[in-house]
Design a protein around this ligand. Structure first.
Ligand code: GLC
Length: 533
C-alpha cells in the first residue's frame, strides 16, 4: 500500500492526549488510576475530539520512577490491569476512532529486570554486556565525572564484582548498553510484539540518551539556561551520542512494515532545534519529536513566534512538528505560562492547536488544570527528592478532577488517592461540560475546528504583520490572531468570518462574527487568507 495514502500519516494535524494512567481514573477504588479507568473515560475523549492517546508507562515495574523503571517489557503492570484490559482498551479506542501509543523506556531498565539481575550476578554473566560497567578510577573512586539527573554521581558500585554500573537516573534504573547487539535484538522483538497487538506507536523515553561515549570521557560543565538540570554538566559524553540515529533508523524500518506505519514519538530532551531535528534523520528516523525549546519558551508573542519559525526552518522538508506545553515532568502550562489565568490558558490552547503539525494535550490541559501544591513530605517521586517544593514533579501528576465531589470522581468515595486532589469544587470536568463558556467547551470547539481544517495535513504556516505583542499568522485556510498583551488591540480588517474566539461571545469587544478588535489576551481564528492591515 502507498505509505502516503489517506490515513497512513494519521498524526498529521491530529490531537494526541497524554494520560498519566495512575492519575486519570481509578476503576477499582485503590486510589490509583488504571486501564479500566481509561476505558471508562474513552467516551469523554471521543467527545473532546482527540485522535490518539499516549499512555504513560503500562509495563510491570517496582515503581521507583512510576513505570519508567521497567522490569518486563512484554506485559502489563498488575496495578494497572491485565493484558486483556489493554487489548480491550485498544479495541474500544479504535471503535471510537482513536489510536493508542504506549511509552517505551529503552535507555535503562529497572534493576529488578531479569537482565540486570543476571548481569550483576558476576562478570561472566550472560547479560553482563547489556549494561555499562566500569572499573574504579586508578586510585579508586568513580570512573568519571558523570552525574545522574538527580545531581548525584551516575555510577553505583557493585560490591560483588568490584565494578560500577552506570545510572543516568536512579541507581534502580541501570542504563542499557546499546553497543551490545543483543540489546538491539531484544528491542526489535519488543517493538514487534506491541505493534502486532495493534499498538499504534511509542513515545520513546530519553531518546537522546541511548548511547554513551565509548571511552567514558568526562562531561564538560553546563552553561546556564532552563534546561541545565541538576548535574552542573552538559551531557555530551554521557548521552547525546550520534550512534543513536542507527537505532531509530532500524526502528523506523520496523514501524514502516505495518499499515498504517507505527508512530515513533521521541522524548528528545535537547535544548537546540538543530539537534531535535536531527532525530528525524532524512525522514527515516523518528516521525515526531517533542520540542523542548518551544515548551520552555517564554509566553510572549515574540518568543513563541520566534521558536515556531526556528522549528519550521530546522525540520527537514515534509517532517511534522509537535506542539505541546505540559507533561508529567514539568509544571503545567496554565501555571507555568499563565499564572493560573484562564484567559491566557485559552490563548495558549488556541495557538498550540493551530500551529502546523501534531498537538499533544496533557490530561487536564483541556480544563486549564493548574499545578497542585504537594505538602512537605507528600511527594511520591524519588527523582524529585531534595528539590524545592515548587519544582516537585508530582505537582503536575495529581488526580484528574472529574466532578465536585470530595473524591473528584477520580476514585471511590472515602478512598485516599495516591496524590492529593487539588482545589476542584469550582472547576472540574462536569462543571465545565455544562457551561458553554468554559475552557473545556472552548477546547472541544477548538479541536473540532482543528480536525476540520488541518486533519491529515501539515498546514502551511506564514507569519503576518501585526501590532506589537500580537502574533498573527496564516495556517492553512485560516488566519489566527493572538493578543499576548493585557490591552485591547486593533487589527484593522481581518478578512472572512470569525470562526472561534478564546473569549466567549459575551466577553468580546465587538459583536460575534467580526474580528477587527481583540480583547486583552484574546485570540481568534478567522476564515480566509486576507491581509491584516
Ligand atoms: C523521562 C520521563 C521521566 C522519567 C525519566 C527516566 O524523562 O518522562 O518521567 O523520570 O525519563 O525514565
Amino acid at each position: 500500500m502507498n505509505a502516503h495514502a489517506a490515513g497512513q500519516r494519521w498524526w498529521h494535524g491530529a490531537t494526541l492526549y497524554q494520560i498519566y494512567v495512575r492519575s486519570w481514573r481509578d476503576s477499582n477504588g485503590d486510589g490509583y488510576g488504571d486501564l479500566r479507568g481509561v476505558i471508562g473515560g474513552l467516551d469523554y475523549l471521543a467527545w473532546l475530539g482527540v485522535d490518539g492517546i499516549w499512555l504513560s508507562p503500562t509495563m510491570p515495574s517496582p515503581d521507583h520512577d512510576w513505570g519508567y523503571d521497567v522490569s518486563d517489557y512484554l506485559a502489563v503492570h498488575p496495578d494497572l490491569g491485565t493484558m486483556d484490559d489493554l487489548d480491550e482498551l485498544v479495541a474500544q479506542a479504535g471503535r471510537r476512532g482513536m489510536r493508542v501509543l504506549l511509552d517505551l523506556v529503552p535507555n535503562h531498565t529497572s534493576s529488578a529486570h531479569p537482565w540486570f539481575v543476571d548481569a550483576r550476578s558476576g562478570r561472566g554473566a550472560a547479560h553482563r554486556g547489556y549494561y555499562i560497567w566500569a572499573d574504579p578510577a586508578p586510585g579508586g573512586g568513580y570512573p568519571n565525572n558523570w552525574r545522574s539527573v538527580t545531581g548525584a554521581p551516575a555510577w553505583t558500585f557493585d560490591d560483588a564484582s568490584g565494578q560500577y554500573y552506570l545510572n543516568n537516573f536512579l541507581p534502580s534504573q541501570p542504563d542499557l548498553n546499546w553497543r551490545e547487539p543483543a540489546v538491539h535484538a531484544e528491542f526489535g522483538a519488543i517493538l514487534r510484539f506491541w505493534f502486532g497487538r495493534g499498538i499504534a506507536g511509542f513515545r520513546i523515553d530519553v531518546a537522546q540518551g541511548l548511547y554513551k561515549d565509548e571511552a567514558l570521557r568526562d562531561d564538560p560543565p553546563a552553561g546556564k539556561g532552563r534546561m541545565a538540570g541538576r548535574s552542573g554538566l552538559t551531557q555530551v559524553h554521557s548521552a547525546n551520542r550520534p550512534e543513536s540515529h542507527g537505532v531509530f533508523r532500524d526502528w523506523r524500518a520496523i514501524a514502516e512494515t505495518y499499515s498504517p506505519p507505527r508512530l515513533l514519538l521521541g522524548e528528545t530532551w535537547v535544548s537546540d532545534l538543530a539537534r531535535m531535528a536531527a532525530f528525524h534523520g532524512h525522514g527515516d528516523e523518528l516521525q515526531l519529536t517533542f520540542n523542548f525549546p518551544a515548551i520552555f519558551a517564554d509566553f510572549t508573542a515574540g518568543a513563541l513566534s520566534g521558536v515556531v519559525a526556528e522549528t519550521l526552518a530546522a525540520l527537514p522538508a515534509g517532517e511534522c512538528p509537535v506542539w505541546t506545553a505540559s507533561n508529567h515532568d514539568i509544571s503545567r502550562f496554565p501555571t507555568r505560562w499563565c499564572g493560573g489565568d484562564e484567559a491566557k490558558a485559552r490563548l495558549a490552547l488556541l495557538v498550540l492547536a493551530t500551529l502546523p503539525g501534531t498537538f499533544v494535550l496533557y490530561y487536564g490541559d483541556e480544563i486549564a488544570m493548574t499545578d497542585v501544591n504537594i505538602p512537605a513530605g507528600g511527594s511520591r517521586d524519588e527523582i524529585s527528592a531534595g528539590v524545592p517544593a515548587a519544582t516537585v514533579r508530582d505537582r503536575a501528576r495529581t488526580p484528574m478532577p472529574w466532578d465536585a465531589s470530595p473524591s473528584a470522581g477520580f476514585t471511590a468515595p472515602g478512598v485516599r488517592p495516591w496524590l492529593p486532589i487539588g482545589e476542584h469544587a469550582g472547576s472540574n470536568v462536569a462543571s465545565q461540560r455544562d457551561d458553554p463558556a468554559s475552557t473545556l467547551r472552548f477546547c472541544r470547539d477548538l479541536l473540532a475546528l482543528r480536525r476540520a481544517e488541518f486533519g491529515g495535513t501539515i498546514a502551511a504556516y506564514t507569519q503576518l504583520p501585526g501590532p506589537p505583542g500580537v502574533w498573527v499568522y496564516r495556517a492553512g485556510g485560516v488566519v489566527v490572531a493572538a493578543n499576548f498583551t493585557g490591552e485591547p488591540a486593533c487589527l484593522g480588517e481581518l478578512a472572512g468570518p470569525l470562526l472561534l474566539s478564546t473569549s466567549r461571545a459575551a466577553a468580546r469587544p465587538e459583536p460575534a462574527g467580526q474580528a477587527s478588535r481583540l480583547g486583552a489576551w484574546e485570540g481568534v481564528i478567522v476564515r480566509g487568507g486576507g491581509a491584516v492591515t
